[in-house]
Design a protein around this ligand. Structure first.
Ligand code: GLU
Length: 622
C-alpha cells in the first residue's frame, strides 16, 4: 500500500491510499501510523472474498466494506454506505429522498423488498402542476422541479430503519456513525461534484438557504477543496440517538412541511418556485412498505426485482419474457440489440398503461409477467425492422396467447419527464446476504431546497407523476400516492444461489440499462465488468423526436460502436445529452457477481460520473 500526500486542502493535508508500492521521497507516514483523512481512490473492480460493497463513491464504499470487516452484515453495510452517499452524493440521494431496497436473505434464501418511495401529501390537488397564472403546466425544468409542490414525503430514513430492524445487526446509531464522521471531516470535491453544483447554480440560487451550503463564496466548491457538512453530521447523530420517529414526528417534520408550503424563495430569482401542500401529518403517516419481489425465470436464472410502486421489476421482467423465446446467442450483435430495444419499447408501452402505485391502481402484475402475455407482445417484433412508435399497449385480459391485432388498443404518447440521476449500491457479506439498493432525490439536486440546519436537500420526486391529469392514467396525481418509479434494483439467482446483483441510476433509462446489462451478461457473454461499461442505448417507446425523450436515446459511444449495425433496422439514435454534461451519460451502475468457491467480482462504473469504487473484504479466500 502506498500513502501519498496529495495536496493541501483547507487546513488539512489529504492522504490518499492509492496503490501498492511506496512512492520514494513523498510518503512521510505509514498506514499503521495514520488512517487517511480522505479516500479518493477509485477502484472500478475488485475481486475477492468475504463480502463486498460497490457504489459510485470511494468514501461510501470504504465505509461499507469497513462495516463488513468489523463484523456487520450486508444490510448494516448497505445502510452505512447509503448514509455516506448522502454526504458525498447529496444531489442524488439522502435523508430527503426515497428508494427501493432489495434483499436476499442468506439464511432462508428468500428475496424481500422495501418500498421506500416518497408519497404525495394528502392535500395535493390533481392540477398541482398547472400554473394558475397561465392555466398551462409549468415548464418541467427548471421551473417545476425547483419547487415545494414537487417534494414528496421522504422515505429514506424509514427504509434504513426498516431494513436494519428486519435483517441488520447494527442499531441505526451505529450504522449512521461513519457517515456522520464523514460529514464532519469532509470529503475532497471531485470534478463530478463540482460540475453537478455548477449545473444547479441557478436552481440553488432560487432559495435563500441552499447557497449557504452548496455555493460558498457564490460558486461551486473548487475541485480538490474539502466539503464539510456539520449540520448533516448532527442530523445523522440525532436520528441515530432518537430514532426515525423523531424525523417523522418531530421538529424536522414540521420544518419540511413548512418549507414545502412556503419555500424560502430568493427575492432575486426569476423562477416561480411553486408552493406545495405538505403537512406534518403527512410525515407522521409515512411508512416504508415490505413487498414481495417480482420474479421471472430467464434462461435458467431467477430474476427478482422491485414491484410497483416501481415499474422496474414488471418492465424489466416483461422484456426478459419477451426475449426468452429468441435464440439471442446465435444472433449477431445488431440483431441482439434490435430485439433488446424492441422488447424494451413493448414493455414500456404496458408500463405506461398499467403500472402505478398498487394502493391506488389495480396493477395486473401477474399478467404483465406471464409468458402468455409476453408471447402475445413479442409478435410485434419484426426480425428485419424496428416498429413504428409509440407502440400500443397489450391487452392483459386477452389470454389466448395469439398475436394481438394492431388496432386492439390505441397507442398513447405520454411524455417521459423523468430525469437522469440517482444512485445505486450493491453489498454482500460472508453469510450470503445480498443487498441491491437504488436511492434518489430524483433530479440531480432534487428540488434544490435545503433543509436549513439539517444539511440535506429535499426531493422533487412528485414530478415522476404525469404532469397533466388523465383519469385513465395509472400514474396520475392522487393524494397520498407514490409516483411511479423506474428504479430497478435486481438480484439474479441460479439454482437458489446468488449469481449477479445489479442496479443503476438514470430515471426511466434505468429499466433499459438494467435490461441491457442482463442481456450483455447472460446472452452476449460479456463479463460483468464489460456489461457495466458497455455503451448504452435506451428505448422507452416515447414516440418523440426530441433529444430528451427520443425513442432511442443513446450515449455517443453507443452510436459510435453499434450505430452502423442498427441502421439497417431503421433506428434513429439520438445522443442522450450535450457532450460533456451529466445528461450525456446513461447509468453509472454497480454490480456484484458471485463465482465459484465464494469468489466475488465487485464492479462499479469505470468512467461515468467520474468512476466509482468497488471493494472486497479480502483478496484471499478464507
Ligand atoms: N425519479 C426516478 C425514478 O424513480 C429516479 C431518479 C432518477 O434517476 O432520475 O425512477
Amino acid at each position: 500500500m502506498r500513502i501519498v500526500v496529495t495536496r493541501p486542502v483547507g487546513a488539512l493535508t489529504a492522504l490518499a491510499v492509492i496503490g501498492a508500492t511506496a512512492l520514494a521521497g513523498v510518503a512521510t507516514q505509514t498506514a499503521a501510523q495514520a488512517e487517511p483523512a480522505h479516500y479518493t481512490t477509485k477502484t472500478p473492480t475488485s475481486v475477492g472474498f468475504g463480502g463486498a460493497v460497490t457504489s459510485v463513491d470511494p468514501e461510501a464504499s470504504k465505509i461499507g466494506v469497513d462495516v463488513l470487516k468489523q463484523g456487520g452484515n450486508a444490510v448494516d453495510a448497505a445502510v452505512a454506505t447509503a448514509a455516506a452517499l448522502g454526504v458525498t452524493e447529496p444531489y442524488s440521494s439522502g435523508l430527503g429522498g426515497g428508494g427501493y431496497f432489495v434483499f436476499r436473505d442468506g439464511r432462508t434464501g428468500q428475496v424481500h423488498t422495501i418500498d421506500g418511495r416518497e408519497t404525495a401529501p394528502a392535500a395535493m390537488p390533481k392540477d398541482a402542476f398547472i400554473d394558475p397564472k397561465t392555466g398551462k403546466p409549468y415548464n418541467f425544468t427548471p421551473e417545476l422541479v425547483t419547487s415545494g409542490v414537487s417534494v414528496g414525503v421522504p422515505g429514506t430514513p424509514a427504509t434504513w430503519d426498516s431494513a436494519l430492524r428486519q435483517w441488520g445487526t447494527y442499531p441505526l446509531r451505529r450504522a449512521l456513525a461513519p457517515a456522520a464522521d464523514l460529514a464532519q471531516r469532509g470529503f475532497v470535491v471531485d470534478q463530478t461534484f463540482h460540475q453537478q453544483t455548477s449545473e444547479n447554480q441557478k436552481r440553488f440560487e432560487a432559495y435563500t438557504t441552499t447557497p449557504k451550503l452548496f455555493l460558498p463564496d457564490g460558486q461551486a466548491p473548487a475541485v480538490g477543496s474539502v466539503f464539510r457538512n456539520p449540520d448533516l453530521a448532527r442530523t445523522y447523530r440525532q436520528i441515530g440517538a432518537r430514532g426515525t420517529r423523531w424525523f417523522y414526528d418531530g421538529p424536522i417534520a414540521h420544518q419540511i412541511a413548512s418549507l414545502t408550503r412556503t419555500p424560502p424563495k430568493s427575492p432575486d430569482t426569476d423562477l416561480p418556485v411553486p408552493a406545495g401542500f405538505m403537512e406534518p401529518s403527512d410525515l407522521a403517516g409515512y411508512r416504508a412498505i415490505d413487498r414481495a419481489p417480482t420474479h421471472v425465470g430467464y434462461r435458467g436464472y431467477d430474476v427478482y426485482g422491485m414491484p410497483p410502486s416501481s415499474s422496474g421489476g414488471t418492465t424489466v421482467g416483461e422484456a426478459l419474457n419477451i426475449l426468452e423465446p429468441y435464440d439471442l446467442q446465435s444472433m449477431d450483435t445488431g440483431a441482439v440489440l434490435h430485439h433488446y430495444l424492441e422488447s424494451s419499447a413493448l414493455a414500456f408501452a404496458d408500463r405506461g398503461r398499467y403500472v402505478g402505485d398498487p394502493a391506488y391502481v389495480d396493477v395486473p402484475q401477474d399478467d404483465l409477467l406471464s409468458d402468455t402475455f409476453a408471447k402475445e407482445r413479442g409478435c410485434a417484433i419484426d426480425e428485419t425492422k424496428a416498429f413504428d412508435q409509440p407502440a400500443p399497449a397489450g391487452d392483459v385480459t386477452d389470454d389466448d396467447g395469439q398475436c394481438a391485432s394492431a388496432s386492439q388498443s390505441a397507442a398513447q404518447r405520454r411524455p417521459d419527464t423523468e430525469n437522469v440521476e440517482t444512485t445505486n449500491l450493491t453489498a454482500t457479506d460472508r453469510w450470503g446476504n445480498v443487498v441491491e439498493y437504488t436511492l434518489t432525490i430524483e433530479q440531480t439536486g432534487g428540488s434544490g431546497m435545503l433543509v436549513p440546519q439539517r444539511g440535506f436537500l429535499l426531493n422533487n420526486e412528485l414530478t415522476d407523476f404525469s404532469t397533466v391529469f388523465d383519469p385513465a392514467d395509472p400514474n396520475r396525481i392522487q393524494p397520498g400516492k407514490r409516483p411511479r418509479s423506474s428504479m430497478s434494483p435486481t438480484i439474479i439467482l441460479k439454482d437458489g444461489k446468488p449469481f449477479v446483483a445489479l442496479g443503476s441510476p438514470g430515471g426511466s433509462t434505468i429499466i433499459p440499462t438494467v435490461l441491457q446489462m442482463i442481456v450483455d451478461r447472460i446472452d452476449r457473454g460479456l463479463t460483468i465488468e464489460q456489461a457495466i461499461a458497455d455503451p448504452r442505448g435506451s428505448d422507452r417507446n416515447t414516440g418523440s423526436t426530441s433529444a430528451v425523450d427520443a425513442p432511442v436515446t443513446a450515449e455517443q459511444s453507443f452510436i459510435d460502436r453499434y450505430g452502423a449495425q442498427l441502421t439497417p433496422y431503421g433506428y434513429t439514435l439520438t445522443p442522450a445529452g450535450q457532450p460533456g454534461t451529466s445528461a450525456a451519460e446513461i447509468g453509472a451502475a454497480t454490480a456484484i457477481e458471485f463465482g465459484p468457491g465464494g469468489l466475488l467480482t465487485a464492479v462499479s462504473e469505470p468512467t461515468r460520473r467520474g468512476g466509482g469504487s468497488a471493494l472486497v473484504v479480502s483478496p484471499n479466500a478464507g
